[in-house]
Each structure stands twice: as structure tokens, then as C-alpha cells.
Design a protein around this ligand. Structure first.
Ligand SMILES: Cc1cc2nc3c(=O)[nH]c(=O)nc-3n(C[C@H](O)[C@H](O)[C@H](O)COP(=O)(O)OP(=O)(O)OC[C@H]3O[C@@H](n4cnc5c(N)ncnc54)[C@H](O)[C@@H]3O)c2cc1C
Length: 297
């Protein structure tokens, strides 16, 4: 077995190496953009040196072109990897596992289904395996120092004219699915300005990403791409702060695997407290400014 781990940028190197270690096979990393020194155990780091990530159809061809000789090709689960990796699987004639959270052996993995309420064991019957991986489900990887590096030229011919649609609202914040800290807000945030000031402000103070409930998104308080849950993004950061979030099953499906959950809610009986590690029964309009005040350098 040998794995090729696809890192869209250097921030994905350590999370991906967690999966590499769990697989128990040697692995190389293909770093698409940027550069890095530490390979976290990678035998070799292939540097693609792309200025921007190409559209999924072209990128899949580029990845497939360097994936010969690898039994596993894996990327961290994110909106963009979910677009690219199934295409890579087709090109490599590989079985596909999405959202892997555990490795049982080289062909058998676990993944959540039914909005996270059931864990399925999936066995791949093809020779090669393509995966997206929920990296936060695996133990942190240890730095191993400078990796062997090699530049690779990826040819990514695309039929798509548009190259990317960066979120206007992200404001340079980390990608929600990769962020170590996520601060989410719900319906009580009133309007977009208040949401940005309180939820965005606390997220910035903690260097985190911004999430939202569907109720907040549907009422125009929060941007679409911030939605966490069954019909939004799946996140599992080290710290998830939910402010004014009731904790519907649909929202929990997107965040209940977070390492530490903090809930701020005026209703002590809100379902969010059932999954929270720390709960604050308080008005978010008082609690969040107080937290931000404490975090001020
Ligand atoms: C098919 C389907 C898919 C769905 N997918 C998703 C999904 O992906 N993600 C998602 O989030 N939802 C999803 N939903 C919607 C979900 O059912 C809930 O309606 C939604 O999550 C509720 O959002 P909320 O917690 O912001 O709002 P509410 O349910 O209105 O809860 C607001 C909470 O804030 C508390 N509160 C009020 N004022 C304050 C204050 N000043 N300070 C602190 N706390 C306060 C209240 O006590 C309450 O608990 C889906 C629904 C369906 C039917």
C-alpha cells in the first residue's frame, strides 16, 4: 500500500498526515498551492505550485496524472474535495469512500450516515481507493521535520470558464471545514450587521471560522456558505461555540463531532445543551461582548 494525500494548501498537511498515520502505509503528499517544509511523515512532498486551485474537472485530471502507483488517494473532506475526489475516483477506476472517520484496514473504513446518527462500515472492492477524510476524527500528527521535495507540473485542462467563486463574506477567515475554531450564530442575531459584529467579531478574536444555522441563513442574517448542518457544511473543529442556536437535529448533524462544544443560550432547556461540554445560560448580547472584552490583547 502507498497513499497519495492531496493538500489544497499547507494548512491541510498536518490534518491529512493524521489519516496517513491511521492508514499505516507510507504516504506522499501532493501540495497544490503554496509551499511548506514539514511533511509530517510524508516520504515525499510533491509541489504543484499552482497559483489558484483550478476547477474540479481539470484538477481531477491533474491529480490522476500523478496518482499512478498509489493504492489510496485521499483529501481532507471539504466542499472542494467533494467536488474533485469523485472525479479522481472515476479516472482511476477506484472505489470511493466519503467522510471517512476511521480506518479498519486498507480497504475498510467507517463513515457517518443518516445525518451522523449511524456509523457505517464500508468495504471497497476495487484495487484502488479514493477518499475524502474527516481529519478531525484522527489523532494529531507529529512534526517530522523537512520532507523530501519534488516539483510536479499538473496539467489541468478544464471545460469550465469560471475558475473560482471566492466567498465575499469569508473576509480572509479560515475555511469552515478546516478551521480549528468555529463560532456559529442562530436566529436571534437579528440582522447581518449584528451577526457580523458579534459572531464574526468573536470568530476573528479566536482566529476561527464563522458558522450559522439554517434559520439564520434563510432569514438573510448569515451568508449561505456559513450554514452548518445536514443541508450545510459538516464541521468538527477543536472548539465550536454555538450562540443563539437551539440545537435542532439538523444542525447537530453538522457539528456534534466537534471536540469541545460551548453553547450560549437563554433557554436552559435548549437541546444544544445536551451535546455541549460547556453551557452558558445567558443572553448572547451580553455574553459575546464580555467574551470579546476578555480576549482583547
Ligand atoms: C430538511 C431540513 C434540513 C435542515 N437543515 C438544516 C441545517 O443544515 N442546519 C441547520 O442549522 N438547520 C437546518 N434545518 C432547520 C432546523 O430544523 C432548525 O429550524 C434550525 O436549525 C433552527 O435554527 P436556530 O437554532 O437558529 O433557531 P431557533 O430554533 O429559533 O432557535 C434559536 C435559539 O436561540 C435562543 N435564543 C433566543 N434569544 C437568545 C439570546 N438573546 N441569547 C441567547 N440565546 C437566545 C433560543 O432559546 C433558541 O434556543 C433543517 C430543517 C429541515 C426540515
Amino acid at each position: 500500500m502507498k497513499a497519495l494525500l492531496i493538500a489544497f494548501d499547507p494548512s491541510e498537511l498536518e490534518p491529512l498526515a493524521r489519516f496517513g498515520a491511521a492508514l499505516g502505509a507510507p504516504f506522499d503528499v501532493l501540495l497544490l498551492t503554496g509551499s511548506a517544509d514539514d511533511g509530517y511523515g510524508a516520504s515525499e512532498m510533491l509541489l504543484a505550485g499552482l497559483a489558484t486551485v483550478p476547477p474540479a474537472d481539470g484538477l481531477a485530471k491533474g491529480i490522476a496524472s500523478v496518482a499512478e502507483g498509489y493504492t489510496h488517494v485521499a483529501a481532507a473532506a471539504s466542499m472542494r474535495s467533494k467536488d474533485v475526489m469523485p472525479r479522481v475516483a472515476v479516472l482511476l477506476d477506484a472505489g470511493m469512500v466519503t467522510d471517512a472517520i476511521a480506518v479498519l484496514d486498507g480497504k475498510t473504513f467507517q463513515r457517518p450516515i443518516v445525518a451522523g446518527s449511524v456509523i457505517a462500515t464500508v468495504t471497497v472492492e476495487t484495487e484502488r481507493v479514493a477518499l475524502t477524510v474527516r481529519t478531525s476524527a484522527f489523532d494529531p500528527a507529529t512534526p517530522t521535520g523537512s520532507a523530501n521535495k519534488r516539483s510536479v507540473a499538473l496539467y489541468c485542462p478544464t471545460a469550465v470558464a469560471r475558475t473560482s467563486a471566492e466567498s465575499q463574506a469569508s473576509g480572509g477567515r479560515p475555511d469552515l471545514t478546516q478551521a480549528k475554531v468555529v463560532v456559529s450564530g442562530g436566529r436571534p442575531l437579528k440582522d447581518a450587521g449584528t451577526f457580523e459584529k458579534l459572531i464574526g467579531g468573536l470568530a476573528d478574536a479566536l482566529g476561527g471560522g464563522v458558522g450559522a444555522t439554517r434559520a439564520a441563513v434563510d432569514s438573510g442574517i448569515a451568508p449561505n456558505e456559513a450554514q452548518v448542518g445536514q443541508t450545510g457544511k459538516i464541521v468538527a473543529p477543536e472548539l465550536y461555540i454555538a450562540a443563539g442556536v437551539s440545537g435542532s437535529t439538523q444542525h447537530l448533524a453538522g457539528m456534534k463531532d466537534s471536540k469541545c462544544i460551548v453553547a450560549i443560550n437563554t433557554d436552559g432547556d435548549a437541546p444544544i445543551f445536551e451535546v455541549a461540554d460547556f453551557g452558558l445560560v445567558e443572553d448572547l448580547y451580553t455574553a459575546i461582548p464580555a467574551l470579546m472584552e476578555r480576549l482583547r490583547p
